[in-house]
Structures are given as C-alpha cells and as structure tokens.
Design a protein around this ligand. Structure first.
Ligand code: PMP
Length: 311
C-alpha cells in the first residue's frame, strides 16, 4: 500500500493558471482550503493503450459534471466551469507526455484569507501521476467492517467529493490497516452497508449482483454506474440496487470494490471470514476483463466513454 502513496516521479502540475514544476504548486497555510478543508475534487484515470499508442481519459464528462455539482453543493463562488477544467487537464496530460496509465486529481478550492464561510476566491489545480495496476486488483483484499459509521447525508453531503468528507474514510481505512486488514467497509448511521473509504461495493448472491442504493450515504460513483451498465448490458445479468445488511456480506458468494482508483478489486474475506471460496469469483473476474477492455478504449461500443488526449 505504501508504494501507492509515494510520489516517485514529479511531473508538471497545473497550478494558478499555468503548468509549473511539482515543487512550486503550493498554497498558503491561511487559505480556507488548509484551515477548513474547503476544497472539492475529482479522481480521474487516463488509461494508456499501448497498441494504439494513445492515452484515453475515462468518462471525463461525468467527472466534470460531478466536480461542478460539488462546487455548487459546497457553495463555492465563482464556479470553475467544466470546459476550463477539461482544457487545463488536457494541456497537463499533453505536456507531461505520459505513455502509461495515470491518476488525475483535479481540485477546486477556496483560496485567499477568508474564514470558514468564505465562498471564494476559488482556484483550480490538477495533478497527474503514473499509477500502474496495484497487486490487489489480481489478488483481492481482506476487508474489515469498520466500527466508524458513514457520515449521514443530514450532516455532510457525501454525494459531493468534498475534501472535508474524507477524514471519515481516513479513520476507517487507518483502523483497518492497524487491525491487519487491507480495506474498510463502512456502515451508515442506519447500520446498512454504504461503501469503502474511496470506493463502492458490490456483492453477488445467487448469481445476482447487488449494490447499496443511492440513498445509502454513498458517493454517486461513476465506476458503480459503469459496472451496473456492463453487468446488465454486456454480461446479461440483472444487478439490483437496494439496502444491504452487514450479515449479507458473509452470505455472498462474491464481493468486490469498485471506483476510479480501486477499479474492480475483489474482496476475498470480510472480518476474516472467506467470501465464497476465498478467491476472486467468476463474475468478478469476467467483469474485470470487460472493464479493463472498456477503460483502455478497446471496446468500440464504449468509445464514447474514452476521450483521447491530443498527442
Ligand atoms: N466512494 C467514495 C467515498 C469515493 O471517494 C470514491 C472515489 N471517487 C468512490 C466511492 C468511487 O467513485 P468513482 O467511481 O466515481 O471514482
């Protein structure tokens, strides 16, 4: 896990309207971003297709729509419009001339010297770092049901990708690591399964994929929606969105996390109890094959999800 958090290359960063060296992308300690976590962000992937020698950004429109929603929800003003973010992102990817898969982080934040109710001034920064596939995608992860509860939608808008939300998942993830697990599953304040710290979750019961519904205090995940589409349209399954009980995790024959960062990651055990055979299951494996074809731009029927970066 540590390797994921280590910045080994130091590519250019989009910051303050320019592309600057990594070390120069700095904000002041007195910004509302630093003091109150007044920022919203998107994690986006661009996949390198080696055969086509082309980098494709996956579902960029959906990510930028959500970034706009997050700014509105968190009362930021003036809004940084989606076309501005997209142009900056493309310029950054082009300038860094990546020939590998990258993880992009686009953040709009409250700059300046305001207090907690400051709406602006807003600023945009974007980083992109090489992110090869971690071993967990093949091997799967051992998950722990966290003793922390998901923040309720009545307290914080978990539909928004607001920096301030992320200390909830941070505590759950750190607890899981300290207790010897790879990842956390977080229940909401009604005791139903919600999601992981940075990913959504599916289980499979009796061949039916099931995922917590959109009112289970989850992020409206773009990967979750992609997975629902692929399971239904390409794999001929009938996925269900509903409330999920904790005890159903153990009754499942398969389970997996999904998200831009986590892609499709099998869950092999929960609280030390193996899920199914304790190995990634057949639906999970078939979905992984399909998903990686789609995101790399190898599936013509989903080409509209893959935006080529001008080389
Ligand atoms: N839940 C949370 C809390 C997340 O941070 C993420 C990552 N953005 C996800 C789910 C997965 O969302 P997406 O598929 O849009 O990346």
């Amino acid at each position: 896990m540590a390797a994921l958090n280590t910045v080994t290359s130091r590519p250019l960063v989009y910051f303050d309207g320019r592309l600057v060296p990594w070390e120069e992308a700095r904000v002041h300690v007195f910004t509302p971003l630093a003091k109150y976590g007044a920022g919203v962000f998107e994690g986006i992937r661009a996949y390198w297709n080696a055969d086509a020698r082309q980098l494709f950004v996956f579902r960029v429109r959906e990510h930028l729509d959500r970034l706009t929603y997050s700014q509105v929800m968190m009362r930021m003003q003036p809004l940084v419009p989606a076309p501005t973010v997209q142009a900056a992102m493309m310029a950054l990817l082009q300038a860094n001339a990546f020939s590998e898969t990258v993880h992009i982080r686009a953040m709009v934040y409250v700059d300046g010297e305001g207090e907690s109710s400051a709406a602006g001034p807003t600023a945009l920064t974007i980083t992109a770092l090489a992110r090869p596939m971690p071993p967990r995608v093949r091997a799967g992860v051992r998950a722990q049901v966290s003793s922390w509860r998901r923040i309720s939608d009545q307290a914080m808008p978990m539909r928004a990708k607001s920096n301030a939300n992320y200390n909830n998942g941070r505590l759950a993830g750190m607890q899981a690591t300290v207790d010897g697990y790879d990842a956390a599953i977080i229940l909401n304040d009604r005791g139903k399964v919600s999601e992981g710290p940075g990913m959504c979750l599916f289980i499979v019961r009796g061949g039916v994929p099931i995922t917590p519904d959109l009112t289970s205090d989850i992020l409206e995940s773009i990967t979750r929606e992609t997975v629902l589409t692929l399971l239904g349209e390409d794999m001929g399954l009938a996925p269900v969105q509903r409330q999920v009980d904790r005890s159903e995790l153990i009754a499942a024959e398969e389970a997996f996390f999904c998200g831009t960062g986590w892609e499709i990651t099998p869950i092999t055990s929960v609280d030390g109890i193996p899920i199914g055979s304790g190995e990634p299951g057949p639906i999970t494996r078939a979905l992984q094959t399909l998903y990686f074809d789609v995101v790399h731009g190898r599936d013509p029927s989903r080409a509209h999800w893959c935006t080529p970066v001008p080389m």
